[in-house]
Design a protein around this ligand. Sequence first.
Ligand SMILES: [Zn+2]
Ligand SMILES: [Zn+2]
Length: 266
Amino acid sequence: MATCKACQEPLTLTLDPADPEIRDGGEEAVMVPDDLELQACGCHFHWQCLLDVAPQVTTSMHCPACDTSLASGHAGSSSSASSGQTILTNYASEDGVQQDYDILSVLREEAYFAQHPEDRSAKALHIMSAEGDVAGIMDVLMTEAEDAEELYQAAPVQRLTTWRDPLNGGQTALHVAIVNRQEDVFWLLLWVATPGVPETAFPAEIARRANSQVILSRMKTVYSGQIDQGGMDVRFVRDDNGRTPGDLCREVGSPFSDFAQSAVFQ
Ligand SMILES: [Zn+2]
Ligand SMILES: [Zn+2]
């Protein structure tokens, strides 16, 4: 049986039996396939072992084990990747086998975050925004705020909520929430990240719900009290296409187009 070219171990992954997400529970450790084959050269890796060398692979576009050129696809073709390049693999995992799986975008993302580890929590916020995970977002914001010195607690909130994802069109978490039509996340992000907006501008139901959560109202107080209002209001951050969250609201239509008319955006 083939082994991983990076660590020489068998191409399996042992799941932690203590992980509640594992269906069969029990005391026994569960072994699943974890076999990522590069089509260009036929070398096999564990998923994580290839991701660990993502900066090297995306820079060289060569196999880290045998140095074969991995780039396929043609510049100017209709490939979805902007460069027209792909790195095709066959990946066998717990979920079955995926043939012709293009791993290049995953590697590029991993390479970016290896070089910018401080942006990982902002990316996590974006994923939660897409999924509508309000509790998760609260948790990330509060954790980062609590790690900061008291006087600067607003700074991480501002950094996270105005961070523009370079691998996703320069969108903020608010853009992501709008695209994915996540209303609760939309209002939460506006609530915490628009220091110049008075509470009375928010729909009464939103303000009532936010104020009923002690943590959330505290966040807003801390935020609006300690940061000056220039240039960090999430309403004014544009994506790579020059769109503010308000512009995007009008693009995705009702009910977001109505939200963009509300007092919060005036
Ligand atoms: Zn390995
Ligand atoms: Zn190879």
